[in-house]
Design a protein. Structure first.
Lengths: 299, 163
């Protein structure tokens, strides 16, 4: 049993030896319990909360068109005609305006921030920031995955789930979904802080949140953040993450009838062809696919 | 309070508040809904709430909002088990015994008086110290310890199952 003086004293004082062993066993068992999950993740709760804050009656609603003149490979995006931008909500309170962009499933969105930094949001991702004095106070919150190309200037911060990313001017990819975090640096230096740990990583390095801290490793520049061109590479990625990516990209629901919790996928799929993508992922894993509209059953 | 400060408070307290509401009500969906409302309220009041008192503020509104909902007379709590990395091989008999034991423990905890239960579970499941619990619930450490004693006495009285 974990050390607890109060419980120990109580056991010693109140109980006979035999009784003590029994109650001790019960108390010990309680340490292994946790509160069950009820549907929503903390990440979803945060998105819901932000949406509620924005939809309050005092809000000031406007819609912007994306402006795609930066270095991002736009042609593919435009040609595929899946870029949908997304309503921009301004939340006006004491001059503090919160702007939020969301890329829904099946969409990508590119945002040019007031300091001319660009952010490309992958499907199922949300970015918020304050437009006022942004150049002096550069921080954004991210839920999901995004590629950042940051202009030089004051410290630029990305706040994600339990994480804090600080850069000066650089480009990097952030994957921040559920309890997972992965930051991959393309140019410059990035400081990643999460749960009391902090690392500084450079070009071609990525930091990943693991149990007990942040792990730094090298990655292949040509196979990371290629989601911007509609290509998805995976290297020993938990199969569940790959399935969620398929669901977000093709706006489908995948029901898996086999136990896959511990399986990992290494491979590739492209956004151009859903059928092919499903085959590329599931056939090598020895799983069969049945498609019915936007429902996919895998077993 | 800026949005980034709000976000960091949310990150730190979302789960503890949701769990606290679950310990009290035994209703996971209700606990999630009220937790949303609690943070919405905090955002509305962000200019009035001091950084130092924010955690007891969160627990106080959580408590009040729960009181305003329907009376939860019979609380039924169930728990999941934390992943155990060094899980030993178990015989089916042992697994069954353990399952029954867990059900029995859930029954005893559900029947525990609410004030004892919330303190007991904050200490056992979330590993908070008595000082930490006292700060959050705006109680004296003595009062928290008294509730903890009550909880231990309740378990001793009511547990029937022997492993």
């Amino acid at each position: 049993m974990k050390k607890d003086q109060l419980i120990q004293d109580w056991l010693d004082k109140e109980l006979s030896t035999e009784e003590k062993l029994q109650v001790e066993e019960v108390i010990e068992f309680t340490e292994r319990l946790k509160v069950p999950d009820f549907g929503n993740s903390k990440e979803e709760a945060w998105s819901d909360l932000i949406a509620k804050i924005e939809s309050k009656p005092s809000d000031n609603l406007r819609v912007l068109q994306p402006n795609g003149t930066k270095k991002i490979p736009w042609l593919w995006l435009v040609a595929a005609a899946i870029i949908a931008l997304v309503a921009v909500f301004g939340y006006l309170n004491k001059g503090e305006k919160l702007t939020t962009y969301t890329a829904s499933d099946g969409e990508l969105a590119t945002i040019v921030l007031p300091d001319n930094s660009t952010v490309t949001l992958n499907a199922g991702s949300t970015l918020s920031f304050k437009e006022k004095d942004f150049e002096k106070n550069r921080w954004v919150t991210l839920s999901g995955e995004a590629f950042f190309d940051v202009e030089h200037g004051e410290a630029f911060k990305v706040l994600g789930n339990h994480s804090h990313i600080t850069v000066l001017g650089t480009s990097f990819n952030v994957y921040s979904r559920s309890n997972q975090l992965k930051v991959s640096v393309f140019t410059g230096k990035v400081q990643v802080e999460s749960r009391g740990n902090s690392v500084i990583i450079e070009k071609e390095e990525e930091a990943q949140l693991i149990e007990g801290g942040l792990a730094v490793s090298e990655f292949n520049l040509n196979q990371t953040a290629t989601w911007r061109e509609g290509n998805f590479y995976f290297n020993s990625e938990p199969l569940n993450n790959v399935i969620e990516e398929l669901e977000r990209q093709f706006e489908i629901e995948i029901e898996v009838k086999s136990e896959i919790g511990q399986r990992f996928y290494s491979g590739f799929f492209s956004k151009t062809n859903m059928k092919e993508a499903l085959q590329l992922v599931f056939v090598p894993m020895g799983l069969s696919i049945q498609t019915d509209g936007n429902q996919v059953i895998v077993e | 309070m800026t949005l980034s400060e709000f976000k960091s408070i949310f990150d730190q307290y979302y789960s503890p508040i949701k769990n606290f509401l679950y310990y009290k009500s035994g209703d996971g969906d209700l606990a999630e809904d009220i937790t949303q409302d609690v943070f919405m309220k905090l955002w509305d009041k962000r200019d009035d709430v001091q950084q130092e008192t924010v955690k007891s503020y969160l627990y106080t509104i959580a408590n009040n909002m729960l009181l305003n909902k329907i009376k939860h007379d019979k609380v039924v709590l169930t728990f999941a088990e934390k992943q155990n990395k060094h899980q030993e091989e178990q015989s089916p008999e042992f697994a069954l015994e353990e399952k029954e034991f867990k059900a029995e423990l859930e029954r005893v905890i559900s029947a525990m008086p609410e004030k004892q239960r919330e303190v007991f579970l904050m200490n056992r499941i979330e590993e908070m110290t008595y000082k930490e619990i006292a700060d959050r619930l705006e109680l004296s450490v003595k009062a928290v310890e008294k509730r903890m004693h009550g909880a231990l006495g309740h378990i001793r009285e009511h547990i029937k199952y022997k492993i």
